[in-house]
Design a binder for this molecule. Structure first.
Ligand code: ZN
Ligand code: FE
Ligand code: FE
Length: 301
């Protein structure tokens, strides 16, 4: 199922997120429970969850995923207070995820901030073991990372090490980000079958609970993490479209996190590409004029 990341905020809160997803013709979506770059969160009672749930039901949206804020770092061994905060916050965020009706919270595993891969991975394991208990309902899907800075989770082998250390690892899942995999060095464009083969050396395919479908601005192995619109980057339309048609992933939320299209000459204003990108992926035909059409749509409104 295909969707995109959507906003959450204002008066409409979570109900507004669902409306945004529906306006793109999406079958699923991903949402941050507040601003992704901070950890201020509204009380669940103010988030219009029943309204959002009813709207999803009416429109056949069966599944969505939550993304944890990307500033918390479970891999931090340098600042104990940052680690403690991350654990506390993520435990609460996982409860919020379940209360909103999702079973999956996507998480960037963490960064070792100079202390090395082993120290970082041990710390992430310690953190997840403090977050999960026997009653935890929602899963954490560890997102494959590009390897920017000291990011961990850049290989399936590292993910397997994390799984190995986590007591309740039946509550762990994976999120494959196509841009991040490409930037981390996996041949997404040329040999995605091979990428999945590397994955299944460690995990059954059903551990993939979410896919972030993004093209990349950079070459394979660049270690950069800069997303590009579908078909406009180094991975290309053909591969990304093929992923959306794989029988293995038909019931997996496939989420676009491609960049907004800036208005000509005005960098502060940019338009959501998601309705057009979803339509293009469904049609199976690349449209080189897509970004111009996104601008046109927005300017006609
Ligand atoms: Zn992410
Ligand atoms: Fe992602
Ligand atoms: Fe990214």
């Amino acid at each position: 199922m295909l969707g995109s990341h959507v906003g959450l905020g204002g008066k409409e809160q979570f109900e507004g997120s669902v409306k945004e997803a529906l306006s793109y013709g999406a079958e699923t979506f991903m949402v941050y429970t507040g601003a992704p770059q901070n950890t201020r969160r509204k009380d669940l009672s103010e988030m219009r969850i029943p309204e959002a749930t009813a709207l999803m039901k009416e429109n056949g949206i069966r599944e969505f995923v939550v993304h944890a804020p990307y500033i918390v770092n479970l891999g931090n061994t340098v600042k104990p207070e940052a680690f403690d905060f991350a654990v506390e916050f993520l435990r609460e965020e996982l409860r919020r995820t379940a209360a909103m009706g999702s079973r999956t919270m996507v998480l960037h595993p963490g960064a070792h901030v100079g202390e090395g891969e082993d120290a970082g991975i041990m710390q992430i394991i310690k953190g997840i073991n403090l977050i999960f208990d026997a009653d935890t309902e929602a899963h954490i899907a560890l997102e494959t990372m590009a390897g920017k800075g000291s990011e961990l989770g850049t290989s399936f082998e590292q993910m397997a090490r994390i799984y190995d250390g986590v007591k309740y690892n039946d509550k762990l899942r994976l999120c494959l980000d196509t841009c991040h995999l490409n930037d981390a060095g996996y041949p997404v464009k040329d040999d995605f079958e091979g990428v999945l083969e590397s994955l299944t050396r460690y995990f059954p395919l059903n551990q993939v609970a979410c896919i972030h479908l993004n093209d990349s601005k950079n070459e394979q192995g660049a270690g950069k993490d800069r997303h590009e619109n579908i078909g406009f980057g180094t991975i290309g339309f053909e591969r990304l479209h093929a992923i959306t048609k794989m029988p293995e992933f038909l019931d997996t939320p496939i989420i676009l996190e491609t960049p907004y299209v800036p208005k000509d000459g005005e960098k502060e204003r940019a338009y959501s590409p998601y309705r057009r990108e979803i339509e293009m992926l469904r049609s199976g035909v690349f449209d080189p004029d897509l970004l111009a059409k996104v601008r046109m749509d927005a300017e006609q409104e």
